[in-house]
Design a protein around this ligand. Structure first.
Ligand code: SF4
Length: 458
């Protein structure tokens, strides 16, 4: 009874999205206005004085909104409502689509844009660059990274496609991340193949799909931005509830995009761990001190000078916060090193499992079982900024440690559950299953261990 009520409500919600496009557009433009104000104005204001608070200083307020609320909860929203953020709320996608519609040159999308590696490369480089110029701490850095991405989105919208979101589909630095995370969403738009082919109503043309999805084959498609425009098409397309494990366990085997897997293992796990832990890692400090001593002993002193401009390395002497060249090198080495270490380590384990079970596709399939723990890491890492800003304002989080442990435990168990089911589907031989599941469970240890060190150990 409750389940069918839920199904009907979900269906109606999807249909309402289709009927009320105007409301969705209004929401998009309100968010665009909000985004522009919070991104541009603080970049031209002075650094906040010591006694400033989130509620009485626009720079701190914008910092809190972008990094304390916006990003962590966009990540969370992928798990709860799928890519509704992309289709309904994202200001960058809305501006890019509008530019394409109003002024677009409608040029053919070149092949270089469709290169499948872009989501992984863009995510890794943006994450690294963000750390080098302290994007979480300074409004001019935020304007450079977020504003730069928006300008690029407008340019791509202007040049390529008609009313399409070419930027969002191929080049957005978080497109690949959202694509992977939304596989855990309990909702998705689906097309019923039987109803589609048996449709005898009025002839209808397909609605315009901004990320250029084949609506007829809409099932388990995390590239769908959930904008709702195709709801009700041929009486076959609707928003539907689903199991949060469905897209990975049922359809994960069909998705053999190696670059998605690399994004997950090298980027969302390895690089993210490096980017969030370097500021608290004693290993980082030890390595930097060792290098500094070595340089001094060899009379090489220029790397100790903070001469880089703020848009290459953090340089805010008025805030006693400047990176010298050695800092820049160490941060880059730590973050990329972490990406390579986790990426190659996990790849080695999962490729060995694929060989052991004679399933060549298993590498990408089993890697998707890590999406929950990767999501937990991104959420916890990003909320560390929210917590820091609120603690500056005197708010005490006595429950924080327990909440972090619970989140880590819950998402680790979820990853284990997915791994268990994928391996059950991959082999009928009991001893092979036990060995491969044991290996998979072991592969989670360094990931959970890194987050434990960050929040509890160091
Ligand atoms: S398939 Fe396209 S039109 Fe339909 S909801 Fe997804 S993004 Fe929108």
């Amino acid at each position: 009874m409750i389940s069918s009520l839920f199904k009907i409500t979900t269906y109606r919600l999807g249909a309402a999205m289709q009927r009320h496009k105007g409301i969705i557009q209004t929401i998009q433009w309100i968010i665009v206005g909000f985004y522009v104000v919070l991104l541009v104005i603080p970049a031209f204001m002075d650094l906040p004085p010591r006694q400033a608070h989130i509620l009485n200083n626009l720079v701190l307020f914008a910092q809190f909104v972008f990094w304390g609320i916006w990003w962590p909860f966009v990540i969370l929203s992928m798990l709860v409502i799928g890519r509704v953020w992309c289709g309904v709320f994202c200001p960058e996608g809305a501006i890019s689509e509008w530019t394409s519609k109003k002024f677009g040159k409608n040029k053919k999308i070149p092949r270089w844009i469709k290169w499948k590696a872009w989501p992984a490369i863009a995510f890794i480089l943006t994450t690294l660059y963000g750390q080098l110029i302290s994007v979480y701490d300074y409004a001019d850095s935020a304007l450079l990274i977020l504003g730069g991405s928006t300008v690029a989105a407008i340019l791509i919208g202007y040049l390529y496609g008609r009313e399409n979101r070419v930027w969002c589909r191929y080049l957005c630095p978080v497109n690949g991340v959202f694509n992977l995370l939304s596989r855990l969403s309990p909702f998705s738009f689906k097309s019923d193949a039987k109803k589609w082919s048996e449709y005898h109503g009025n002839s209808v043309s397909n609605p315009h799909c901004p990320p250029m999805i084949n609506i007829r084959q809409l099932h388990g498609v995390s590239g769908c931005h959930m904008c709702g425009r195709c709801a009700g098409l041929r009486d076959a397309v609707s928003l539907q509830p689903r199991s949060v494990n469905e897209e990975i366990i049922t359809y994960g085997n069909e998705k053999d995009n190696l670059w998605e897997t690399r994004l997950l293992l090298f980027g969302m796990i390895g690089v993210a761990i490096g980017a969030f832990t370097w500021t608290v890692s004693p290993w980082f400090v030890t390595a930097k001190q060792f290098l500094a001593n070595w340089l001094i002993n060899h009379d090489i002193l220029w790397p100790m000078n903070a001469t880089a401009p703020w848009w290459i390395l953090t340089n805010h002497p008025e805030n006693n916060d400047s990176f010298n060249w050695l800092d820049g090198f160490c941060v880059t080495f730590y973050i990329l090193g972490s990406g390579l270490l986790y990426g190659f380590g996990l790849t080695g384990v999962y490729k060995s499992l694929a060989k052991f079970l004679y399933r060549p596709n298993l590498y990408s399939y089993i890697a998707q079982a890590l999406i929950p723990i990767a999501a937990a890491g991104l959420f916890l890492g990003l909320t560390a900024t929210s917590v820091k800003l609120l603690q500056y304002d005197g708010i005490v989080f006595w429950w924080l440690k327990d909440a972090r442990v619970t989140i880590l435990a819950f998402f680790s168990l979820w990853s284990l559950y997915l791994g268990y089911n994928i391996l059950r589907k991959s082999t009928d031989i009991f001893y092979k299953f036990i060995i491969s599941f044991g290996l998979f469970a072991l592969s989670l240890v360094p990931i959970v261990g890194a987050w434990w060190l960050m929040f509890m150990g160091w």
